[in-house]
Design a protein around this ligand. Structure first.
Ligand code: SF4
Ligand code: SF4
Length: 68
């Protein structure tokens, strides 16, 4: 199960999350400039969540309580 959830509608592809991700689980595709999330590489450190200016990233365990 994925440890974080990307709300793609909020993402502006700024790359802030990719810069803080130490495991390369997040990267910007250089062709489409869209955010790619590889859940297999994610360690669940959650650094990306606080780095995102759009709050497009959420911890999976918080999805139900964060729904609005
Ligand atoms: S939780 Fe950590 S390892 Fe997973 S995508 Fe975010 S920064 Fe990368
Ligand atoms: S930091 Fe947020 S807005 Fe920027 S690329 Fe990552 S998910 Fe998208």
């Amino acid at each position: 199960m994925s440890k974080i959830y990307v709300e793609t509608a909020k993402c502006i592809d700024c790359g802030a999350c990719t810069a803080v991700c130490n495991s390369n689980a997040l990267r910007l595709d250089t062709v489409s400039w869209s955010l790619i999330f590889d859940k297999q590489k994610c360690t669940g450190c959650k650094l990306c969540i606080s780095a995102c200016p759009m709050r497009a990233l959420k911890a999976s365990s918080n999805i139900s309580s964060a729904a609005s």
